[in-house]
Design a protein around this ligand. Sequence first.
Ligand code: BYC
Length: 327
Amino acid sequence: MYGNVSVIDVSETAQILNEDPVRLEQFEAKIARGEKIEPYDWMPKEYRRQLIRMIEQHAHSEIIGALPEGTWITRAPGFKRKMALMAKVQDESGHAQLLYNGAETLGKTREEMINDLINGKSKYSNVFNYPAKTWADTAVIAWLVDASAIINQVLNSKGSYGPYCRALERICMEESFHLRYGYDNVTTLATGTPVQREMVQDALNRWWKPIMHFFGPPDNASVHSEILMRWKVKMASNDDMRQQFLNQYVPKILELGLSIPDPNLVKNKEIGKWSYSDPDWNEFFEVIRGNGPCNKERLAVRRMAEENGAWVRKALHKNAAYTVPLS
Ligand code: BYC
């Protein structure tokens, strides 16, 4: 189903999407052969719209995502951890840069994207609307949020849109460092004093639900998955990515002596799937609608950054007008 419309074969899809069936068939055949779609290639309007939505949301998530951890730079325990956190936050901003460039290749300008973010029109990842209350929160974010992001990004880097895939490949390399950094911080706390152990357990208890939400609503409530998977923008469903996360990280969390705040989390060995408590999908939808604990604060910071940086952009544009072409 796509929305409430079933997209079964090419001619039916072409009719629904108001596209030329021959071009659509060629486009889909190219994707089926594993070739990349590049910005100058023909693509259905819906493919372009969906990619802009997803890449833009991803880019916003990177700059907003830098904020919860960023608030801990001045309070990081020790010089080395401060340096590492600064580098991580800087990397996240660089990821946003790569992704905004990717979305721009599809025809939406950076200015339009930033305006849609600060006016609350565009979404960004649910997780970043929760506060990082203690240093242990930054450790859990860097380990488990980055781990979740890597699962999503490694899969989607094998997708169909060239510029997005190439950006994801580069991002994943840097995220692997973040993951190691986060794991090191969690391990230090989990093997430290009783107070440190309690602090990291408390952070995990608070972040578990947002992390379960991170992969998106359950498959039967996902609006965009079918068309995105058909066009290989999304390479796994939301539930499959969540299962992959549980498979890889539940054993590692338990190995550290930490507990997971879900009494119903259990793996059915026969089918190889985890079952878990309903992670309160109402809360997820409220958060992505703008009503999470930190949504207003996060957008206010971005708005302030936009206003404070206006003079720089103005100066750059003014100088660009004086630039003489080289040939
Ligand atoms: N948060 O049909 P569905 C990072 C929305 S940053 C908010 O399943 P789709 C990091 C969805 O947009 C990496 N909204 O959607 C940075 C749709 O609403 P609209 C972040 C969500 O697109 C700094 C509706 O729910 N990664 O790692 O098929 C520091 C229906 O959902 C979320 C990305 O952004 C969510 N979690 O699948 C540390 C990955 N989930 O647009 C770390 C890129 C769903 O119809 N995005 N919604 O109004 C994706 O891969 C896909 O968009 C998703 C959702 C898998 C998230």
